[in-house]
Design a protein around this ligand. Structure first.
Ligand code: ADP
Length: 255
């Protein structure tokens, strides 16, 4: 299958007054349409840097990034949606107005896009909160609104940068299940970076394990469960423990 994204031999160095820091070393992998790839690694190993490179916010020091089999161009990054740890909802706007923000900025407010917004708010249980302000919603609902704000732009690729780490443990389990299910239902291609192994195993089709800085690929592990399960159900499946132990061992030999 054609890849949607391909990284070949990527290195990245940060340059500061105190010197040079190598953040990533020789990163190569590809992502196919509809795939959910989770990238795990210790804090500071370069996960956010990797997403910033894919989003076009940084340029690789070495190597190439291809998008739909062509070198990635600035206009391609408009097809890429970003979801961050903080939901960045604007407190003075209602949920609906927050969700419409990207469409307004891109001058894409039409009857069709508005009806898609209504449909997403309805499908994902936010219709009755459309006129509320973000402060009136729970952390989980806010993240759902943030995802819908990204989805209304119909991104080709979703980048999720530790999107649940600001939530308490129980909310985090529910929200990651919720967001994982929405991404599957909308048939989106996604890359999640996280330091949480369980989150990666419960959401990903494939896990890329990075070493500590400079981040190098330790191992790429395909994740398969014997039947179709939600992220929450996967956490209780017998395969889960097997993958957890396998990736934990990779972490332990991490240097
Ligand atoms: P992660 O997301 O895995 O925690 P980051 O991608 O944020 O890691 O950072 C990778 C490494 O690059 C870190 O160890 C950090 O020291 C370094 N780094 C990140 N941002 C900068 C910056 N703006 N300037 C210099 N070094 C940076």
């Amino acid at each position: 299958m054609q890849s949607i994204l391909e990284l070949s031999n990527i290195d990245y160095y940060y340059h500061t007054v105190s010197g040079e820091t190598k953040a990533l070393s020789n990163i190569s992998f590809s992502v196919t349409p509809g795939e959910f790839v989770a990238i795990v690694g210790p804090s500071g190993c370069g996960k956010s840097t990797l997403l910033s490179l894919i989003a076009g916010l940084l340029t690789p020091s070495n190597g190439e990034i291809s998008y739909h089999e062509h070198p990635i161009a600035p206009e391609d990054t408009r097809q890429i949606g970003y979801m961050l740890q903080k939901d960045h909802l604007l407190e003075w706007r209602t949920i609906k107005k927050n969700v419409l923000l990207g469409l307004e900025i891109q001058k894409k407010l039409t009857v069709d896009t508005l009806s898609y917004v209504e449909q997403l708010l309805d499908t994902y249980g936010l219709s009755s909160f459309a006129d509320k302000h973000p402060s009136e919603l729970s952390g989980g609902m806010r993240q759902r609104a943030a995802l819908i704000r990204t989805l209304v732009l119909k991104p080709d690729l979703l980048l999720l940068d530790e999107p649940f780490s600001a939530l308490d443990y129980q909310t985090r389990l529910n929200v990651s299940n919720d967001i994982g299910n929405i991404i599957r239902k909308e048939h989106k291609t996604a890359i999640l970076v996280t330091h949480d192994l369980s989150e990666a195993i419960s959401m990903g089709d494939r896990i890329i394990v990075l070493s500590s800085r400079p981040g190098r690929i330790r191992r790429i592990i395909p994740i398969q469960f014997s039947q179709e399960l939600t992220p929450m159900e996967k956490r209780n499946a017998s395969e889960f423990k097997h993958y957890f132990n396998m990736i934990w061992k990779e972490f332990e030999r991490n240097g």
